[in-house]
Every structure is written in structure tokens, then in C-alpha cells.
Design a protein around this ligand. Structure first.
Ligand code: NAI
Ligand code: MG
Length: 354
């Protein structure tokens, strides 16, 4: 069955890394006899320039009618002074909302060729292979009220950490399901010694754990989890947590291994298309210079074919092509500098992976 992919290159290096990744997916498609079609949409700064809207309706329609969305990155200095409704990131937040993307997946895996460039000892990061599953549409970032007030004659502020049972249950279930196809261990991170929201979170985790008898469940307080991620990160398989904790822990975990240019991510909805994008931004400082590392984007595409299309074997082969290329010493400037290699261009890396 043909899979339809909505391609949203966005701004800055988003353009170059997306072009290269789609190029690789064409080769992938004929090599494995897996049929894919690609349709392009506008998002971010480019969309503002061309249509006056960071997320044109046509882009939303395109994404909703596709099997998956592949996104480069949005933003750049050109639009930094725009009023808030004309900011590139509005496009990103808008598409996440329109597609109901409630689960953000950030895998972090040790890359042998890059172990020596970690800020942690090699033996600490060597066996890291973890996945942070972050709730993306609830919690403190969206709870109401969220406002400034005057209380007893002085400024006061309130933010609200709000979750419903069904919101907590669906993200926890996603964590358990992902653990089933990984190492079968879930660490649920909360602050149940203090927060009411975390107490319900922990109760629900216990309730549904019985539906996944092959998976072990452990609870960890978020402050301890932050320490454990640096002390013995290899102990983790799936880490599932609410929005704010997940935002912080996923950025912490992403620095365990390798560089920003190597980190993929996925955001999933209940039944609709998922969105796959590199963790890094549009890197305007190097845009258009054939210097961007396309690997995070290609690894995001590998996640797409695994998670959205179920092509597990092919996804692994695509990932291996990336790691073999690194091992052969073919890499862009960001990695070359850290590993004492001579850098090559974005297009050379693409050609080697193909
Ligand atoms: P950034 O991730 O774009 O860049 C940070 C540093 O890492 C820069 O020096 C850049 O050259 C380098 N870098 C990033 N990706 C790279 C790659 N693939 N290969 C080689 N080097 C790479 O973050 P920054 O500078 O904070 O933001 C730049 C713009 O990107 C801003 O407009 C920001 O709003 C936007 N942004 C967009 C995101 C998205 O679309 N999801 C996420 C983060 C930032
Ligand atoms: Mg963050």
C-alpha cells in the first residue's frame, strides 16, 4: 500500500536537510519495494512570506490527509521581530494542535563513533539506549488559569497543572506499548510526594500496568530521575512523564550522546498521522552553505517508517546506513570537529548514505 507523506521543509537548513532526506527515501522506496508519495506544504517563515500565515489552511488539510508528516525546522532572524500571530513557531504549535499530537518521543542512543565526544565518561554512555515519552498537550503549559494578578497590593502569578484521567491514561499506555517493542521496562516519572496531579498519575500507571504483563513498571521522582540520567543513564528503557518534566528531561537526556545534529523525534496522535522532525532548529548561522548535518532528519524519517508504517526491518537498515557512514568518517563540520575528521558537505553525506 502506498504511503502518502506530507513534507514541510520550513526554513533555514530545514530546506537542505529535507531535500536530501526525501532523495534518500526515493532510493529506499525502490530498494525495498515500499511505495511512498511526497507532497510539499508551506510552514513557518516561508509560509508567512508567501501567504501571510505561518500555517496556511492548505498545509493543515495536506497533513490531515497524509499517513505521516516530515518536518524540517522553522524560524530565523528575518521573522524574529514579527508580531506574535506572524511568528514561524506559531506554525509548529498550530500543526501539533491540529493533528492532536499528544505524545512526543525522543530516543537517545549511544553512537559508537561519537562516544569520545560525550561530556560524560565513555563507560557511562556506552550502553545508553533510552526513549523519553513526553505528554505534549496538557499540564502546566496549557492549564487555565495562567495569569498575573494583584493579591494584597502586590504582583502575583498563577499557572495551572491540569490533567484529566483520559489524558494521563493515553500517554502512559503509549509508554507501555513502546516498551513492548523495546526492552520492556517503563520508568514513570512524577513528583507524587508533593503534587496531587502526580498522585493520580501514579495510581493510573499502577492500574493499567496489569494490561502489559511483559513490561516492568518502576516509579521515579523527577528530581531523582534527573540525577539518574547523568549517573547511570544505561539503566533506562522507556521514560514516560508529563509535559514540563518531559521538556526538561528530554533536553537533559539529549546531551548524553553525540550532538544536536544526530537527534530525531516523533510526535504521535491517537489515530491520525504522526509528525517526525529533528530536535534541532533551523540553524540560520549555517543555512544555505551545504554544512548542515542531515542525519537527525534522516533518523527522523527512519522513525517514521518504523512507527507510522510498521516497516521495522527497513527502518533499522536505514539507521545502519547512517551509522556506517559515520563510522567510515564521512560527516559534516559539527561532528568532524569533535572527532578529528575532515568535514564534507551535506550533499556528500547524502550521497554516501544512498
Ligand atoms: P538551532 O538548533 O537552530 O542551532 C543551534 C546551533 O547548533 C547552531 O550553531 C547551529 O548551527 C547548530 N546546528 C543545529 N542543527 C544543526 C545541524 N543539523 N547540523 C549542523 N549544525 C547544527 O537552535 P537556535 O540557534 O537556538 O535557533 C535557530 C532558529 O531555529 C530560531 O529561529 C529558533 O526559533 C528555531 N528553532 C526551531 C525549532 C523547530 O523548528 N523545531 C527548534 C529549535 C529552534
Ligand atoms: Mg525543550
Amino acid at each position: 500500500m502506498t504511503k502518502k507523506i506530507a513534507v514541510l521543509p520550513g526554513d533555514g537548513i530545514g530546506q537542505e536537510i529535507t531535500e536530501g532526506t526525501v532523495d534518500i527515501l526515493h532510493t529506499f522506496s525502490s530498494l525495498f519495494d515500499r511505495s511512498m508519495t511526497f507532497e510539499y506544504g508551506l510552514i513557518g517563515g516561508h509560509a508567512i512570506d508567501e501567504t501571510g500565515d505561518p500555517l496556511p489552511e492548505a498545509t493543515v488539510t495536506l497533513c490531515q490527509s497524509s499517513d505521516a508528516v516530515l518536518l524540517g525546522a522553522v524560524g530565523g532572524p528575518k521573522w524574529d521581530r514579527n508580531p506574535s500571530h506572524l511568528r514561524p513557531e506559531k506554525g509548529l504549535l498550530g500543526i501539533r494542535k491540529a493533528l492532536g499530537l499528544f505524545a512526543n518521543l525522543r530516543p537517545v542512543k549511544a553512537i559508537p563513533a561519537l562516544l569520545s565526544s560525550s561530556t560524560l565518561k565513555e563507560e557511562v554512555v556506552r550502553d545508553v539506549d533510552l526513549l523519553i515519552v513526553r505528554e505534549l498537550t496538557g499540564g502546566l503549559y496549557f492549564g487555565e488559569p495562567s495569569e498575573r494578578r494583584q493579591v494584597a497590593g502586590e504582583d502575583a502569578v498563577v499557572d495551572t497543572l491540569f490533567y484529566t484521567r483520559s489524558e494521563i491514561e493515553r500517554i502512559l499506555r503509549k509508554g507501555f506499548e513502546l516498551a513492548q517493542i523495546r526492552k520492556k521496562r517503563v520508568v514513570s516519572v512524577d513528583k507524587a510526594n508533593v503534587l496531587e496531579s502526580s498522585k493520580l498519575w501514579r495510581e493510573i500507571a499502577e492500574e493499567i500496568a496489569g494490561d502489559y504483563p511483559d513490561v516492568t513498571l518502576e516509579h521515579m521522582l523527577v528530581d531523582n530521575a534527573a540525577m539518574q540520567l547523568i549517573r547511570t543513564p544505561a539503566q533506562f528503557d522507556v521514560v514516560v512523564t508529563e509535559n514540563l518534566f518531559g521538556d526538561i528531561l528530554s533536553d537533559e537526556a539529549s546531551m548524553l550522546t553525540g550532538s544536536l545534529g544526530m537527534l530525531p523525534s516523533a510526535s504521535l496522535s491517537e489515530t491520525g498521522p504522526g509528525l517526525f522532525e529533528p530536535v534541532h532548529g533551523s540553524a540560520p548561522d549555517i543555512a544555505g552553505r551545504n554544512e548542515a548535518n542531515p542525519m537527525a532528519m534522516i533518523l527522523s524519517a527512519a522513525m517514521m517508517v518504523r512507527v507510522s508504517f510498521g516497516w521495522e526491518k527497513e527502518a533499522t537498515l536505514l539507521e545502519e546506513a547512517v551509522f556506517q557512514t559515520l563510522k567510515a568518517g564521512v560527516c559534516t563540520k559539527d561532528i568532524a570537529a569533535a572527532t578529528n575528521r575532515a568535514p564534507v558537505g551535506t550533499s556528500d553525506v547524502i550521497a554516501e548514505i544512498k
